[in-house]
Design a protein. Sequence first.
Length: 164
Amino acid sequence: MTTVTMTVNGKTVSADVEPRTLLVQFLRENLKLTGTHVGCDTSQCGACVVHLDGVAVKSCTTLAVSCEGASVTTIEGLAAGGKLHPMQEAFRDNHGLQCGFCTPGMIMAAIDIVNRCGHDLAEHTIREELEGNICRCTGYHNIVKAVAAGAAAMGTTSLQQAAE
Ligand code: FES
Ligand code: FES
């Protein structure tokens, strides 16, 4: 067993894990943060996407021990002050989910797309960038609409924050 310490959703957490423990297992089993899903275990579906030091990663193919000292954000860490993140709001408002299984990974990936590509996202950019996220309910049309709306809303929110 190896002790690993990292910050998850703003809190420092520490646990003894086997060297082979995956980040998704650490989140779900040690921390009981079950919003991060496992859809394939082979880095294809994107249901397990979280942010590692601000960048989207597939937690099913990331070793927990490799995250020593890192900062991880999961879907549970997005809402602040009782308010959903603008990307979460956009998925709700645009019916960007059906069964909801892929949704946490889609939202985490979508925020990463905005961080890298900006707030004004063309449909083809969103579709290309979401290549690593699979929705078995095939609700892609509304997911793409939700990501575009969420991206725009994130722009408005950061402008408001800058003005405050
Ligand atoms: S569970 Fe990680 S990509 Fe599918
Ligand atoms: S909403 Fe069901 S898998 Fe995407």
